[in-house]
Design a binder for this molecule. Structure first.
Ligand SMILES: NC(=O)c1ccc[n+]([C@@H]2O[C@H](COP(=O)([O-])OP(=O)(O)OC[C@H]3O[C@@H](n4cnc5c(N)ncnc54)[C@H](OP(=O)(O)O)[C@@H]3O)[C@@H](O)[C@H]2O)c1
Length: 266
């Protein structure tokens, strides 16, 4: 990827689910890609597919975003390869579930590193490139879990609340610069997410298909300058209800939705 003719998108979490979908859609739109995740074989397979189908350049970067310093190493690798980034899709993420008192502290640390620290630092480190680009796009994949605290998904919901909040503030700060900033808030979506979480507590309501979520994201990117999009009418109604309901009511409802009260054992 030495001679840069096309815009370049960095997509994290591209080995599966929504991230893989974003990489395919962006390749179809003529972006060269840097695809990031841990599973190298999946990234290489995707790279072969995208090169063959869309004639774009693809650089697979196998990286554990839970490791300290990972975002800085990615930014350095891009700079060393003279790659200027036009679009960043911060999609890598996972969730832990269960009563907070029973959570594995090491897993929680990784969750915060992947869901909060990595997207924050990647956005910060690549922002100068994104702002210089005529196609600048910063897409932060958040969740409907970001709209209210969620008992049994306490850390995940708090991480995603941070992502939506950060993204909306960057949207305001960069308004008028030409950079498109969007927090995408899907509800449950049919990916490997539930398997990775090892829990069905995330399956609250209807499970959407990946294409439905991607269609919603690109519709908003192409047709509006909204800072946040919640995917699906039912999810938008729930987000509004969570905003106006008293906190105790919202907490009780989200506790029921994620499987009811868990006995306090710690
Ligand atoms: N599916 C849902 O119901 C849902 C709903 C709302 C929001 N979301 C959000 O959507 C995003 C994408 O999730 P998905 O649904 O597409 O799930 P997925 O199919 O499990 O994909 C998760 C991606 O994140 C990557 N990832 C996880 N841990 C990583 C690490 N330590 N270092 C680098 N990459 C890592 C995975 O790659 P490797 O395993 O190869 O590293 C994979 O590519 C996440 O941010 C998630 O929170 C999902």
């Amino acid at each position: 990827m030495s001679i840069q003719r096309r815009p370049v998108a960095v997509v994290t979490g591209a080995s599966s689910g929504l991230g893989r979908g974003f990489a395919i859609r962006l390749a179809a739109r003529g972006y060269d890609l840097v695809v990031v995740a841990r599973r190298r074989a999946r990234l290489e397979e995707l790279a072969l597919e995208l090169r063959a189908e869309h004639g774009v350049a693809v650089l697979p970067l196998s990286c554990d975003l839970a490791r300290p310093g990972a975002p800085a190493r990615i930014a350095q690798q891009l700079a060393d390869s003279d790659i200027r980034v036009d679009a960043l899709v911060n999609c890598a993420g996972f969730g832990t579930a269960g009563h907070f008192a029973a959570e594995d502290p090491d897993r929680v640390e990784q969750e915060i590193a992947v869901d909060v620290t990595a997207p924050t630092l990647l956005a910060r480190l690549l922002l100068p490139d994104l702002m210089r680009s005529p196609h600048g796009l910063l897409l932060m994949v958040s969740s409907t879990a970001s709209h209210q605290p969620v008992p049994s998904l306490a850390v995940y919901a708090a991480c995603k609340a941070y992502v939506t909040s950060l993204s909306a503030a960057i949207w305001q700060e960069t308004r008028g610069s030409g950079l498109r900033v969007l927090a995408l808030c899907p509800g449950p979506t049919d990916t490997e997410f539930f398997e990775a979480a090892g829990s069905d507590r995330f399956k609250v309501g209807r499970v959407a298909g990946v294409d439905e979520v991607l269609d919603a994201a690109f519709r908003v990117i192409d047709e509006s300058d909204a800072p946040v999009v919640t995917v699906g009418l039912r999810n938008r109604v729930q987000a509004l209800a969570a905003k106006i309901a008293p906190l105790r009511v919202s907490l009780a409802l989200s506790e029921r939705a994620t499987g009811g009260k868990v006995p306090v054992s710690a």
